[in-house]
Design a binder for this molecule. Sequence first.
Ligand code: FES
Length: 98
Amino acid sequence: MPLLTIMPSGTALEVAPGTTLLAAILSAGEKLISKCGGQAQCGACHIAVNEGRKSLSKTTRAENEKLDALVGVSSKSRLACQAQMGEENVTVELLSFV
Ligand code: FES
C-alpha cells in the first residue's frame, strides 16, 4: 500500500487507496480540525501536499471554491476531507495543527 507521510511530525503510515487524507491523518493520531464533517465547507482541514499530488483524487468543484476563498489558487493546497489517496506515496504538511 502507498505510504502517507505527515509533516511536521514525520509520522508515516500505509493508507489504502480511496481513503481520505483526513481519515488517514486522524487515524495516525495527528490533530486536524474538521468543523463541517468533511463537507468541504469549513476549510479547517486545509493542508499542503508536498509530494505525490498527482496521485490524489481530483479536486472537486466544492473543494476548489473553498480553497479559492481561503487562500486563492495554490498548487499545493488541498482539503484533507476531500482528497483521497491514490496508488503512490504522498507527503503532506499540516497547516492548522493545534
Ligand atoms: S472538514 Fe470542513 S472542509 Fe474539510
